[in-house]
Design a protein around this ligand. Structure first.
Ligand code: PMP
Length: 454
């Protein structure tokens, strides 16, 4: 990947771009793989390699790369009206149209949308709305948020505190400790082998209930969870888990926030996963990524009629709902979302994600035969493959082995991009993928992992 020419994009990037989630010690030497082209299921890098995109950019390019219809819709909107102030009583047509579509398709009575710039800002907005809601109701103590270990909710200050992945915390200061708590992740792979799925679910629900009792139900405002935990390891919860956690929330007058940044807009074969797949109706639903397939940044925070009714009451001290971003309801981003939704609808991509996703999950099970594969799990077009030093004990490789990185490099050499998160390989291809392309991803991974088995 190295290109010593100081004028190359590679060198400029290495010397000046502060990359997210990066080990700078190796980055200063190795730099980046610079991607310069993208079409359909493929991307090309500056070295001229054409690579099958097994991760949809970063869980987001659902309708595939470089689509003419998206480019046309975006450029038409730019020429018509690219931006105007969204505050107060000012709006734009795409923001209104998208709001209407979202309200008609989101679960339950999530009929109101607050627009942001991505998943982190949408989660931050969700927490501010929760606090605002309980303040408006006069429940001034009800402010604590319960999240989960290994959850990923973003990188802005509050979203980062909601996040439960320890590796993201290291030297950063903590600002949310007094109001953000974490309970266990619903991790079926980590559960003791002699514990049944039902018993594990009971354990998780009891832990949640106990935590609420410890903190005091009058202090607990909301629970936040991804329907399937993404970056934390594509963790599919035990049967009935979400519904039962939601019931606990209802019993204690707590709001349930579904973080559907990854799971909405087709990745699991549904517009939204929470109600369709897991049988609960969140009070707040957050999404981003697939809403525009990553063509333009956009985040959404949807709230229920009940919350809207409270936050739209006249304030006792006067004043107005005082929160908003310059790019709230950005007309170009909302246009991209509307066109993206149209493509998903017209091309039957939800059904494709269901059919091809089932095939993907089934074929990938073969990877379990490899001596260093501890687990293969997922749902639809979301998958994780855990690489372990010992299958029986599930023991990890020493960090210095860098097994995930090695497998990633081998896959790229063979023309497929996968995503290593430590020694876990995460997959989330565009939802336009077909069965043959799934097979290519699985067989490439199989040889790359096989190569490390010695
Ligand atoms: N929530 C979840 C579940 C995510 O996966 C992510 C991003 N991977 C975020 C929130 C944060 O989104 P963004 O990076 O757009 O801020």
């Amino acid at each position: 990947m190295k290109n010593p020419d100081a004028n190359s994009a590679w060198a400029k990037d290495r010397d000046h771009v502060l990359h997210p989630y990066t080990d700078f010690t190796t980055f200063k030497e190795e730099g980046s793989q610079v991607i310069e082209g993208a079409k359909g299921m493929y991307v090309t890098d500056t070295e001229g390699r054409r690579l099958l995109d097994g991760i949809a950019g970063l869980w987001c390019v659902n309708v595939g790369h470089g689509r003419r219809e998206m480019a046309d819709a975006i450029s038409e909107q730019v020429l018509k009206m690219q931006y105007y102030n969204p505050f107060g009583h000012s709006s734009n047509v795409p923001a209104a149209e998208l709001g209407y579509w979202l309200a008609s398709h989101a679960p339950g009575n999530l009929n109101h949308v607050y627009y942001t710039t991505g998943g982190s800002t949408a989660n931050d907005a969700a927490i501010r709305l929760v606090h605002y809601y309980f303040t408006m109701k006069g429940q001034h103590r009800k402010k604590k948020i319960i999240s989960r270990n290994d959850a990923y909710h973003g990188a802005t200050y509050v979203a980062a505190e909601l996040t439960g992945i320890q590796a993201t915390k290291n030297s950063f200061d903590k600002v949310g400790e007094h109001f953000i708590n974490h309970v266990s992740a619903a991790n079926m792979y980590a559960k003791p082998d002699d514990m049944s799925e039902d018993a594990y679910c009971d354990f998780l629900v009891a832990e949640f209930e106990n935590r609420i009792q410890q903190l005091g139900p009058d202090n607990c405002a909301a629970f936040i969870a991804e329907p399937i935990m993404g970056a934390g390891g594509v963790l599919v919860a035990p049967k009935g888990y979400h519904r039962r956690m939601w019931e606990v929330c209802k019993r204690h007058d707590m709001l349930y926030i579904a973080d559907e940044v990854v799971t909405a807009f087709g990745r699991l074969g549904e517009w939204f996963a929470s109600e369709a797949l897991f049988d609960y109706q969140p009070d707040i639903l957050v999404s981003a990524k697939g809403v525009t397939s990553g063509y333009i940044p956009l985040g959404i925070t949807m709230i229920s009629d009940e919350i809207y009714e409270v936050i739209s009451r006249p304030q006792c001290e006067g004043g107005v709902f005082s929160m908003g971003l310059t790019y709230f309801g950005h007309p170009v981003a909302c246009t991209a979302a509307l066109k993206n939704i149209e493509i998903i609808e017209n091309e039957g991509l939800l059904q494709n994600a269901r059919d091809v996703g089932a095939h993907f999950q089934q074929t990938a099970q073969a990877l379990k035969e490899l001596p260093i594969v501890g687990d293969v799990r997922g749902y639809g077009l979301m998958m994780a493959v855990d690489l372990v030093a010992d299958k029986a004990t599930k023991a990890s490789f020493p960090v210095t082995t860098g097994m995930g990185g090695k497998v990633f490099k081998k896959c790229v050499e063979s023309g497929v991009i996968v995503r290593p998160v430590g020694d876990r390989i995460v997959l989330s291809p565009p939802i336009i993928i077909n069965k043959e392309e799934c097979d290519t991803i699985v067989s490439t991974l199989e040889s790359a992992i096989g190569n490390e088995c010695g």
